[in-house]
Design a binder for this molecule. Structure first.
Ligand code: GUN
Length: 297
């Protein structure tokens, strides 16, 4: 079996092309979609992500401003900033880069973002709307995965999806989305986690396997059913002697599933490029909603 590599880049390019017209239309009305990104502490990976977001936004006629706090900052000062950004008409999206330092109350900080500006889709109102089947902002990585399914015409309806990992960012929202009677959905979904007994049995039963664990190459070609479609969300840094100091691998040993799986997303270059694209998408949607609200006044 020839395994199809589900590259995220062409999916991302096609979506960005469609967004271009919408961004231009907003700009003729003097609206520039703008994100406020809040970064706390000095996690190198988080810094890379926030800088990449800024670059993508600026390359596509949008803006992104980063607010950087040191990890010993007072939590209330961060919340005060969020409340100021909530009231700022020029800001359409507010993103708190995760993970936050453990000394902070992540829930309290995330919940202080106005749901209308929560372009990450992490606020309980937005998560509840998603669960109800009426999503307002779909979290970016799950939304990017839906777009990969659509672009590569991977059938989801009626199939058995096994998700490994119950994070609020990936596993839980994907579980809720793929079980809904949506165009990309209507699947039977099993959510596996650290409490799952006999994980191997579940993996072997998957028609679509989604790994979002953060455990380098934990899944190999001997553990999967022939013809499975695999989405690898893992981005694990492996230290090496290269000039960069590390290379990235997924939760799946990609080489070993070639010839067994029907398709697999590579790491890097699979799900990764989709996340920022969907963040830009959600920020444009937010700017359009703001504009419509203004016009209706
Ligand atoms: N950290 C890892 N993924 C994400 C994400 O999608 N959004 C935010 N805010 N932080 C993250």
């Amino acid at each position: 079996m020839d395994t199809i590599l589900l590259n995220g880049r062409p999916v991302s390019i096609s979506l960005l092309e469609k967004l271009k017209g919408r961004i231009n239309k907003l700009s003729t009305n003097n609206v520039v979609p703008k994100l406020a990104a809040i970064l706390v502490g000095n996690d190198p990976a988080s810094q890379v992500y926030v800088n990449s977001k800024k670059k993508v936004f600026e390359n596509h006629g949008c803006r992104s401003e980063t607010f950087h706090f040191s990890s010993n900052f007072n939590q209330q000062e961060i919340i005060d900033l969020i409340e100021k950004l909530n009231q700022d008409d020029q800001i359409h999206g507010i993103l708190i880069q995760l993970p936050l330092p453990k000394t902070l109350d992540s829930k309290k900080i995330l919940n202080s973002v106005l749901p209308e500006k929560d372009v990450d889709g992490f606020h309980p109102f937005n998560l509840g709307s998603l669960l109800e089947g009426n999503p307002t902002f779909i979290p970016c990585t799950p939304n990017g995965i839906l777009e990969i399914f659509k672009f590569y015409e991977i059938q989801v309806s009626g199939r058995h999806v096994v998700i490994i990992g119950r994070s609020n960012i990936v596993g839980k929202p994907l579980f809720a989305l793929l079980a809904q009677k949506f165009e990309i959905g209507n699947a039977t979904v099993t959510l596996c986690h650290t409490g799952t007994k006999n994980l191997k049995k579940h993996i072997l039963e998957a028609d679509i396997l989604i790994a979002a664990v953060g455990s380098p190459k934990m899944i190999d070609g001997k553990m999967i059913k022939e013809g499975v479609d695999i989405i690898d969300v893992g981005i694990n840094r492996i230290d090496d002697g290269s000039s960069k100091g590390y290379h990235l691998v997924g939760d799946v040993d990609t080489d070993s599933v070639l010839g067994v799986a029907n398709s697999v997303t590579p790491v890097p270059g699979g799900v990764g490029p989709m996340t920022i694209t969907m963040l830009l998408h959600n920020t444009v949607v937010s700017a359009e909603r703001c504009r419509e609200l203004e016009l209706s006044k």
